[in-house]
Design a protein around this ligand. Structure first.
Ligand SMILES: Cc1cc2nc3c(=O)[nH]c(=O)nc-3n(C[C@H](O)[C@H](O)[C@H](O)COP(=O)(O)OP(=O)(O)OC[C@H]3O[C@@H](n4cnc5c(N)ncnc54)[C@H](O)[C@@H]3O)c2cc1C
Length: 429
C-alpha cells in the first residue's frame, strides 16, 4: 500500500491546470479535501453583515459540488468539512495516517497565517507540508525581484515582468486517480447551514453566474469564440449593461474554477486563429493588474486592510453609519451611485467603472471610512478576491499603489460619459 497525502483545495477549485493534481501522484494515494472555513461566514460585529454574502456563498457551494463530481469521474472523491482548516487538517492527517499535505499558496495575511499555523502543527505530528504557487500568471520564482522589491507602481511592474517572465505551461489533467477508502466523506453544507439567507436571481443581472469549471469554460468560449467579443474588449470594457462589455470571468478566476494561465493561453490561441490587436493585449493587461495586486498583498501583509493602507497618512474619513447605510442600500439620492449599489446588492456584480465611481463617492464625497466600503464589497461581490478588492479600494483612497495619490471621480461627468441616456439608471432604479 502506498502512503497517503491530503490535497487541500482552497481557491483552486478545478481539475484542469491544477498543480495540486500533479503533486505526489507517483508516490502517494491522494485524498482531496475542501473545508468551508467558519470565519468566512461570520457576521462582522461592527457593521452587522456577514463577511460572505448569498451570491458568493452559493457560487462556492456550486463550485465545490462540481469539483466533487469531477474528482468522482476520475475515480477519486472529495472530503468535505466545515470549521477551521488549521484544526481539521492535522486531525484528518492523524486519522488517515497521512504522510503529507499539499496545498496552494495564498497571499493575504489571514490566509498565510493559516498556512503557517498548519505547517507548525503538522510538523509536530511528523506530517510534511508542501505548498505551490499557482494563483497568478507570473510565477513568484520567475519574476525578476524578491518579494520586498516588487515595484510599487503597476507600469514598472508590468514592463519589467513582461520582459523577464514567460507564463509557464499548463499542467495536464490526470486521467485517473486512486480511490478513497475508510474515511467519512462529509456533506457539502447548504446556504442555511452556512448561516446565509438566500437571495434570488434578479433577471437584470449581467450574467447568470454558476459556480464550477464547466460554467467558467462555457463563459470563456461564449465571450471569445462564439460571440467573438475579445477583439473589441478595449473599447467596450467601460460598459455598464449586459453580458458583452467585458469577459465576466472574475467570479471563476477568484475561486480558481479557471486558472489565469488558462485564460492567457486562450488569448494566445485567439490571437493566432482570429485577431491579434490592442483589445486582445488588453485582457492580458488586466490579468496583470490581478497579478500585481497579489504580489502587493504578499509584500505588504496586513497593511492592505488598514485605513492608512501602505502609507502613514492621516485620512479625513469618518465612521458614519447613517451615511454608509444609505450608500450600501443605494439610497443616497444620487441616481448613478444608487443604480450601481442596487445592482451590486441585487446581483452580486458591478462593472469596473461602477466600482471605481461608487468607491470614490463613498470616501471622497461622503467622507466615510473606505475600509467599510471594502468590507461591504467583500460581503456583496460574487467575485470577491481579497487582494484585488482591498488594493483597488486603497488605490482610489490614495493609500495604495497609485502614483497620483488616489482618484476622485466626478459622478456627473462619469454619468454623462458612460450612461448619457440614463438607460443604466432606469434599469436599476
Ligand atoms: C473598488 C474595486 C473593487 C474591486 N474588487 C474586486 C474583487 O474583489 N475581485 C475582482 O476580481 N476584481 C475586483 N475589482 C477589479 C475589477 O473591477 C473586476 O475584476 C472586473 O470588473 C471583473 O469583471 P470582468 O471579469 O468582466 O473583468 P474584465 O474587464 O473582463 O477583466 C478580466 C479579468 O482581469 C482582472 N481584472 C480586471 N480589472 C482588474 C483590476 N482593476 N484589478 C484586479 N484585477 C482586475 C479580473 O480577474 C478580471 O476578471 C475591483 C475594482 C475596484 C475599482
Amino acid at each position: 500500500m502506498r502512503p497517503k497525502a491530503l490535497i487541500w483545495f482552497r481557491n483552486d477549485l478545478r481539475i484542469q491546470d491544477n498543480e495540486l493534481l500533479t503533486k505526489g501522484l507517483d508516490q502517494f494515494d491522494i485524498y482531496p479535501l475542501f473545508i468551508f472555513d467558519d470565519r468566512q461566514f461570520e457576521k462582522l460585529p461592527q457593521l452587522g453583515f456577514t463577511k460572505t454574502g448569498s451570491f458568493k456563498a452559493q457560487f462556492l457551494i456550486e463550485s465545490v459540488e462540481e469539483l466533487k463530481s469531477s474528482l468522482q469521474s476520475l475515480g477519486s472523491d472529495l472530503i468535505v468539512r466545515k470549521g477551521l482548516p488549521e484544526s481539521i487538517i492535522p486531525e484528518l492527517a492523524k486519522e488517515l495516517k497521512a504522510k503529507k499535505v499539499f496545498t496552494s499558496k495564498e497571499v493575504t495575511t489571514d490566509e498565510v497565517s493559516i498556512e503557517d499555523h498548519l505547517e507548525d502543527s503538522l510538523f509536530k505530528i511528523g506530517v510534511d507540508f508542501e505548498t505551490c504557487w499557482q494563483s497568478t500568471l507570473f510565477h513568484e520564482e520567475d519574476v525578476p525581484w524578491p518579494i520586498k522589491q516588487v515595484p510599487e507602481v503597476f507600469t514598472q511592474f508590468r514592463k519589467e515582468a513582461e520582459k523577464a517572465v514567460e507564463v509557464r505551461p499548463l499542467f495536464d489533467t490526470p486521467k485517473e486517480l486512486n480511490t478513497i477508502e475508510n474515511i467519512e466523506l462529509g456533506l457539502i453544507p447548504s446556504l442555511t447551514e452556512l448561516g446565509i439567507t438566500e437571495q434570488k436571481f434578479d433577471k437584470r443581472s449581467v450574467v447568470k453566474f454558476k459556480g464550477g469549471e464547466k460554467a467558467a469554460w462555457k463563459r470563456l468560449k461564449d465571450y471569445f469564440w462564439e460571440k467573438d467579443l475579445l477583439k473589441k474588449y478595449k473599447s467596450t470594457r467601460n460598459g455598464l449593461i449586459g453580458a458583452d462589455y467585458s469577459s465576466k470571468l472574475s467570479p471563476w478566476l477568484a475561486i480558481g474554477a479557471i486558472s489565469a494561465k488558462s485564460v492567457y493561453y486562450e488569448i494566445k490561441k485567439y490571437e493566432a486563429e482570429r485577431t491579434k490587436n490592442q483589445s486582445t493585449y488588453w485582457l492580458f493587461f488586466e490579468l496583470l493588474w490581478r497579478d500585481f495586486f497579489k504580489f502587493m498583498a504578499k509584500k505588504h501583509g496586513h497593511k492592505i486592510f488598514l485605513q492608512h493602507g501602505l502609507s502613514e497618512l492621516a485620512i479625513d474619513q469618518e465612521n458614519n453609519q447613517a451615511k454608509f447605510d444609505l450608500w450600501r442600500k443605494g439610497e443616497t439620492q444620487e441616481p448613478f451611485i444608487d443604480a450601481n449599489m442596487k445592482e451590486l446588492a441585487k446581483s452580486g456584480f458591478m462593472s469596473n467603472r461602477g466600482r471605481q465611481i461608487v468607491a470614490s463617492y463613498l470616501m471622497h464625497n461622503l467622507k466615510v471610512n473606505w475600509t467599510w466600503g471594502a468590507a461591504w464589497f467583500e460581503h456583496a461581490l460574487i467575485d470577491y478576491d481579497p487582494a484585488s478588492n482591498w488594493l483597488n479600494w486603497a488605490y482610489i483612497a490614495g493609500v495604495g499603489n497609485d502614483p497620483r495619490n488616489g482618484r476622485v471621480f466626478n459622478v456627473e461627468s462619469q454619468q454623462q460619459r458612460h450612461d448619457p441616456k440614463g438607460e443604466y439608471i432606469n434599469l436599476w432604479s
